[in-house]
Design a protein around this ligand. Structure first.
Ligand code: SAM
Length: 283
């Protein structure tokens, strides 16, 4: 099938008018009205026909339509009831042959549990609402362990942060927590004018190839160490981790046992370092 079913500026405006939608900043509602960008995102995700995609925030359906002819199924999680309610009709009108591949769930992605989805997804592909992009991404990765591939569009600065390596100025909590699940990389930059309304900022694509060997059972031990290590960026690990270990001396012992210099700052530690610390605590 050709790609004429994708939504351009005229279709986006028509749908928004019909629904009487005034896009809200609070819900990060910037809708893609450029079929080329949709194709770029779908291509960057390198999906397989057998993939089952979960899409957060389908909005008016721009990306959803691009995904439906590529994969086995799409589960679309949308918080706005008007948008969730209209999506099946949009798909019926523009890609009826793939309509049975779509399930729409009217829910807050931050609250979603595996049981709310009809199938365990293998991929997360989304143009995420910017104000909650990192929490949504981390919640999806934690809650849906069947996900193997992630391709998300986020604010450009957030994309840089997510894919940052130790030592970089923007390396921080999101970088380590995303890397906990797999290999994180930048997959391109997207300008403002492919959206309606155009946001003030540029966007970036982030890809995660989720690792089968991510030590998920250690997450609840490792993530608090990461939060503490970056809470006071100028302090050394010996002091930032003192609260968790009970004292600076105990933190120092734990760091040395894991082969980490207690005089370093958190920004120097790789995810593997944090995992070694977590393993030792886990016992
Ligand atoms: N995917 C569409 C596109 O590319 O045109 C819309 C993307 S727009 C940046 C973000 C979408 O996420 C909006 O439709 C918004 O209503 C929805 N949204 C915002 N917060 C959400 C949440 N917590 N859970 C699910 N959807 C959310």
């Amino acid at each position: 099938m050709g790609q004429s079913h994708l939504l351009g500026p005229a279709e986006i405006r028509e749908l928004a008018a019909e629904l009487d939608v005034t896009p809200t900043k609070k819900l990060g509602q910037n809708f893609l009205h450029d079929p080329n960008t949709v194709r770029r995102i779908v291509a960057a995700a390198e999906l397989d026909p057998s993939d089952r995609v979960v899409e957060v925030g389908p909005g008016l359906g721009s990306l959803t339509l691009g995904l439906l002819d590529t994969v086995e199924s799409v589960t679309a999680l949308e918080i706005d009831p008007r948008l969730a309610g209209r999506l099946p009709a949009t798909v019926d009108a523009r890609a009826a042959e793939f309509a049975d591949r779509l399930t729409v769930v009217n829910a807050d992605a931050l609250q979603v549990a595996r049981a709310d989805l009809p199938v365990g997804p293998t991929a997360l592909v989304a143009n995420l609402p910017y104000n909650v992009s990192v929490p949504v991404l981390l919640h999806m990765l934690a809650e849906l362990p069947s996900i193997r591939r992630v391709l998300v569009m986020v604010q450009k600065e957030v994309a840089d942060r997510l894919a940052a390596q130790p030592g970089s100025k923007v390396y921080g909590v999101p970088s380590v927590k995303a890397a906990f699940y797999g290999d994180v990389s930048r997959a391109g930059t997207i300008g403002k004018h492919v959206f309606w309304p155009a946001p003030n900022i540029e966007s970036g694509l982030v890809r995660i190839d989720v690792s089968d060997s991510a030590p998920r059972d250690l997450r609840e031990t490792v993530f608090p160490l990461v939060d503490a290590a970056f809470a006071q960026r100028r302090k050394t690990l010996r002091s930032t981790l003192a609260g968790i270990y009970g004292s600076a001396a105990a933190a120092e012992d734990a760091l040395r046992a894991a082969g980490i210099d207690p005089g370093l700052r958190g920004e120097k530690l790789t995810v593997a370092d944090f995992i070694r610390l977590g393993e030792a605590r886990h016992g």
